[in-house]
Design a binder for this molecule. Structure first.
Ligand code: IVH
Length: 699
């Protein structure tokens, strides 16, 4: 290894290495360096810069968070104005046809002329940012403002790890990149969950955010960049601003490809299509995928691909004639709260749920929306009779976001009495008792939730516990749905999980609407579920804090149920990812005599698994260790779950979505968007027989 003696060269080398690894990590999703090693290099650079402040350059990764609190944002005049896009609110195919027809008319194309080529993108729901790079180095970031003048938010934008501080192989004196700062849905949910915990713990100044866009916009306009740095922001580039000294490619799609080459994040969901049919296909394809995307979009954007044609089309006021945003049905709507119900969850958690006047939002009709907990309901001050904004995005449960602002004035026309109902009070509403079993309710210090103290005595908790136990990823009992569970619990035929296995065809046939065939199916399903794995069984028990991953870790670590039953909190803490709260919860669960009785009864009913299978003691070969798989389409012989189990048993991982981190996509019949994504990303695509071959490899 050559020793670099000059601090200047060493600093440059460290900067280049760190920037390169940040690119692999944040843009390509393909980390090549252990985190600890990255941190070591980072600290070395920090130390070097502390000794030699003159070595601290603008593109140094140590300069992302400067910790200076600003008094306000300086205005930035955009060299090239930041335009907006005309919105096509017709969410049907005709919306795309209108745009194409308009473009053809403006270009004076005859009906015989070839179809126009378009670049299709997503319409991200965040806020527009202009990034100014001079000689490849990020020198300024500004908001759109009124399109002419925005605000200098460089400090905050520098904290976004996906935004390169230096572009790869760009020396142009000026290159302005435009794009959208946004927040992923999962990161938004986690942020709000953290905020709710802070509020429950007494942090009065904290609040939850209404939606990812508001959370992102708030973070970008934070005067204290250390706060902005803690908000999980992301970025997609979608265009150019001022450019000097760079040969702009002749098409928009070429521009996007070039931006990706420079190390900027460009969304892979993009396409070049021809004519209105191509636009419609893109709109539909993305519409079907919308819920599965990791971030909110409110539509797609079509842009005439040729920059020469764009120039010919020009603008009307602030909107280009060559672009349009084609919307999807809104993910937020206004409706009225008819009532506030309180639901009892599997662990006794009491959740206020707003009963709504049905409203079409995010593609489905919603009549219930969660209010999360008492504090949230009070903070948002949601009351029966109020007009509220409801949000449903992705697979997340619909929620009440806020009360419509001029509520107090609205109410007069609504309630004859002319005043709003009383503020929400969970304890008062329930008179201190569980709405299902009548047990006392309790809320512990520092906890956000009220809970029913009835445990499995509470039929609501029992029903949820049984449904969880029977779930596909738990004991996988075919034929046990929620209607049947209601009947079994309400008729007192099933009081504990073990009672399930005492059901026979004759007993089941006494239930309403239960024929012999369904009864037999359920009995068969119950029998089939008896052979399982320790991990599934542990997960099925529904121990608080023990999800699927923890159950697998426990099974692997201990190898047998008895060893887990007798484990101390200290011993539990030795398991991968098990912290004090989880260890305590497991320990308490197994210390309860009634839980031990249920376990014994379940084992007596014949539930079994191979002890030690998959445990640490297990020396079976792991040919797929470290490899990530995504399954798509229908495989000829294996079911999804079977394929997943085989891959995991061989040490591999199965993920739900394709990224550059994916090693293999296993594709079967009618594989859809995941296959396409794999092709776009150049991920290896294999079929079932190739998977079998990988599995049988023993080295
Ligand atoms: S292009 C000339 N592309 O939509 C067109 N904008 O009204 C300039 N937006 O606030 C914008 N996704 O931030 C463009 N793929 C996309 C976009 C996009 C979202 C936002 C943009 C601006 C608004 C334009």
């Amino acid at each position: 290894m050559s020793v670099v003696s000059s601090p200047q060269l060493r600093a440059q080398l460290l900067r280049e290495q760190l920037n390169h690894h940040a690119y692999l990590y944040y843009i390509l999703d393909q980390p090549a360096l252990p985190d600890a090693e990255y941190d070591r290099l980072f600290r070395e650079l920090e130390a070097l810069e502390a000794q030699h402040p003159e070595l601290r350059t603008a593109d140094s990764p140590t300069q992302r968070v400067l910790g200076k609190v600003l008094d306000g944002f300086a205005p930035v005049r955009h060299t090239v104005p930041m335009l907006s896009i005309r919105t096509e609110t017709d969410t049907e195919a005709s919306g795309a046809e209108h745009f194409d027809a308009r473009v053809r008319r403006e270009l004076e194309l005859s009906s015989a002329a070839a179809p126009v080529e378009y670049a299709c993108e997503l319409k991200f729901d965040g806020l527009a940012i202009n990034l100014r790079y001079e000689h490849g180095v990020l020198v300024q970031a500004a908001t759109r403002g009124d399109g002419e003048t925005g605000e200098d938010v460089t400090q905050n934008i520098r904290t976004i790890r996906q935004i390169p501080l230096r572009l790869q192989n760009v020396s142009a004196p000026v290159l302005e990149v435009r794009g959208e700062v946004y927040m992923r849905r999962d990161e938004f949910e986690q942020l709000n969950a953290r905020q709710r915990e802070l509020i429950a713990a007494g942090h009065k100044n904290e609040k939850t955010f209404v939606n990812p866009r508001n959370a992102a916009a708030g973070a970008v306009r934070q005067l204290d960049s250390s706060i902005a740095a803690r908000r999980p922001l992301s970025f997609f580039a979608y265009g150019l601003g001022d450019v000097q000294g760079w040969d702009v490619p002749p098409t928009h799609s070429g521009v996007l490809d070039a931006l990706a080459e420079m190390g900027l994040p460009v969304c892979v969901e993009r396409a070049v299509v021809k004519g209105a049919t191509g636009l419609i296909e893109f709109h539909q394809r993305i519409g079907n995928q919308r819920d599965a995307l990791p971030f909110d979009i409110d539509g797609v954007v079509y842009k005439v691909n040729s920059l020469a044609l764009q120039q010919r089309l020009g603008f009307v006021t602030r909107e280009p004639r060559w672009a349009v945003a084609h919307k999807y049905p809104a993910q937020e709507q206004i409706t009225r709260v008819l009532d506030i119900d309180i639901q009892v969850g599997r662990t006794g958690k009491l959740t206020p749920v707003a009963k709504l006047e049905p409203v079409f939002v995010g593609g489905t009709t919603v009549s219930n929306a969660t209010l999360h907990n008492e504090d949230e309901t009070r903070r948002k001050d949601v009351r029966v009779g109020d007009r509220v904004i409801v949000r449903r995005a992705g697979d997340v449960i619909p929620e009440v976001v806020s009360v419509v602002a001029d509520q107090v004035n609205q109410v007069d026309q609504v309630t004859a009495v002319g005043k709003r109902s009383a503020p929400f009070d969970l304890f008062k509403q329930l008179n201190g008792h569980c709405p299902v079993c009548g047990s006392d309710i309790a809320r512990e210090m520092g906890e956000a939730d009220w809970r029913c103290t009835g445990g499995l005595y509470c039929s609501a908790q029992r029903k949820q516990a049984i449904l969880h136990f029977a779930g596909r990823r738990a004991m996988d009992i075919e034929g046990l749905g929620d209607k049947l569970v209601d009947q079994l619990v309400d008729s007192d035929r099933v009081k504990t999980l073990a009672d399930l296995y005492t059901l026979d065809v004759a007993t089941l046939m006494q239930l309403e609407r239960m024929g012999e065939k369904s009864a037999q199916n359920l009995v068969d399903g119950l029998n089939a579920s008896k052979k399982t794995t320790l991990a599934r069984f542990l997960y099925a028990l529904g121990i608080r804090q023990v999800g699927e991953a923890t159950a697998k870790d426990l099974a692997k670590h201990f190898g047998s149920l008895d060893r887990i039953l007798h484990a101390s909190v200290e011993e539990l803490l030795l398991v991968n990812d098990v912290g004090p709260i989880v260890a305590q919860s497991i320990h308490v669960f197994f210390a309860q005599p009634h839980n031990r009785e249920v376990l014994d009864a379940l084992r007596a009913a014949g539930i079994h698994w191979d002890e030690h299978a998959g445990s640490n003691a297990d020396a079976s070969p792991k040919p797929l260790a470290g490899k990530t798989f995504v399954l798509t389409g229908t495989l000829p012989a294996l079911s999804r779950d079977e394929a997943k189990e085989l891959i995991e048993a061989a040490g591999g991982k199965v993920s739900g979505s394709v990224s550059k981190k994916t090693h293999y996509v296993v594709a079967g019949a009618e594989a859809g968007s995941k296959l396409q994504k794999a092709q776009e990303l150049g991920v290896m695509i294999i079929d079932e027989s190739q998977l079998q071959a990988l599995l049988s490899h023993t080295t």
